[in-house]
Design a protein around this ligand. Structure first.
Ligand code: CUA
Length: 164
C-alpha cells in the first residue's frame, strides 16, 4: 500500500490549520509583550553598574511621595543584599520599584505578591505594586549570584493605613 495522496481539499484544510496556528502565535506574542507586564518594562540604562549605588537616583534610596498615592523607590541589588532594606511602605499605596544591580544578575521576588523581576547590571527595570495587607514581606534573590546567594534576603514592611 502506498501513501494516500492528499487531495486539493485536504491541502486547503492544512493551509487553514497552519494559518490559525500562525495567528494564534502572533496574537500571543502581542499579548505577552504589550499587556500585563509579563515582560518586565525597562525604564533606562546606566553605563557603570559599579558606580550606580553612589550616583543619583540610586544613591538616595528614600521613599518619596510624588503623587496622591504614588511612591517610587530606587532599589539596588548587590552582593548580597538589597538597598534599601528594610523598606517601609504605606499600605494600599502604589509603589513603583525601579530595580537594578550593582554587580551581577540578582533576582527580586517578593514573597506573597506577584512581584518577580531580575536585577540586571546596566538596566533599570520597574514594576508597580500595591500592598493590600500590612505586614513584613521578604525579598528573595532567585538568581544564583555567588557564595552568599541563599542568604540574600531583603525586607519590605507595609505599615498599616492610618485612619483619620
Ligand atoms: Cu543575589 Cu542570588
Amino acid at each position: 500500500m502506498g501513501a494516500v495522496p492528499c487531495s486539493a481539499q485536504c491541502f486547503i484544510w492544512v493551509f487553514i490549520a497552519m494559518l490559525l496556528l500562525s495567528l494564534l502565535l502572533i496574537g500571543t506574542l502581542f499579548f505577552v509583550v504589550l499587556d500585563y507586564g509579563v515582560v518586565v518594562k525597562t525604564d533606562g540604562y546606566h553605563p557603570n553598574p559599579a558606580a550606580v549605588g553612589t550616583t543619583a537616583p540610586f544613591a538616595d534610596p528614600t521613599l518619596v511621595r510624588t503623587g496622591p498615592n504614588a511612591y517610587p523607590v530606587h532599589m539596588l541589588a548587590h552582593l548580597w543584599a538589597y538597598t534599601p532594606s528594610p523598606l517601609h511602605v504605606p499600605q494600599g499605596a502604589a509603589i513603583t520599584f525601579y530595580l537594578t544591580s550593582a554587580d551581577v544578575v540578582h533576582g527580586f521576588q517578593v514573597q506573597g505578591t506577584t512581584i518577580n523581576m531580575t536585577a540586571v547590571p546596566g538596566i533599570i527595570g520597574y514594576v508597580t505594586y500595591s500592598f493590600a495587607h500590612a505586614g513584613t514581606y521578604n525579598i528573595i534573590c532567585n538568581e544564583f549570584c555567588g557564595i552568599e546567594h541563599q542568604s540574600m534576603i531583603g525586607r519590605i514592611i507595609v505599615d498599616p493605613e492610618k485612619r483619620t
